[in-house]
Design a protein around this ligand. Sequence first.
Ligand code: FMN
Length: 189
Amino acid sequence: MSKSITLRSLTEVIRERRTVRQFRPDPVPLDVMKEILETANWAPFHKEKEPWRFLLVHGNRREEIIALSMKVYSHLPAPTLKAFETYLRTVPIYLFVIMEESEERQQWEDDLCATAALIQNIQLLAWEKGLGMVWKSYYGTDLGRAYPEELGLKPGEKLVGLLLMGYFDQAPKPKRRTPLSELLTIRGD
Ligand SMILES: Cc1cc2nc3c(=O)[nH]c(=O)nc-3n(C[C@H](O)[C@H](O)[C@H](O)COP(=O)(O)O)c2cc1C
């Protein structure tokens, strides 16, 4: 009985979760973040130990992220930059999910898959607690290149996701999903 309740609520969380980009200013308690990460850490991984680590930036230290972003995008028109700066100040938590990069291709792929599973765990657990987020990849962008150096990532570490997190007022509309009938091929009797 309790099992079916758990399963139903997991279904709801998966279906209702949305990417959130606008946050309320309320701070997110660190205990809440730690609880989310402790549980999310039960994601599967194909190695002796987890290939990931976290860097959580909140409170006044967010100014370092904002200053770095302003430096990287200093070529943008002043009003655009100002709007970006204002937006970045509305984000209560910056969570960097960092993966140790294997030199072996197969291991690297397994580690990236595992880290993506971990991030989805974080998204779902956060949603369950009323917290929203946007998963920023920044692959190949100037900011994506600047973060590793400025945040002290070691050589061979990859930033898989920067999660901008916080409480929010309204969940955005869902992005359309393809009907299963178009995605699923079944072979067999
Ligand atoms: C690997 C990955 C990278 C993403 N990177 C970004 C990003 O850089 N900027 C952004 O605004 N959203 C990013 N997103 C969020 C997607 O845009 C979002 O998940 C998608 O629009 C589906 O919406 P939903 O999450 O509400 O279902 C990323 C999502 C994933 C899975």
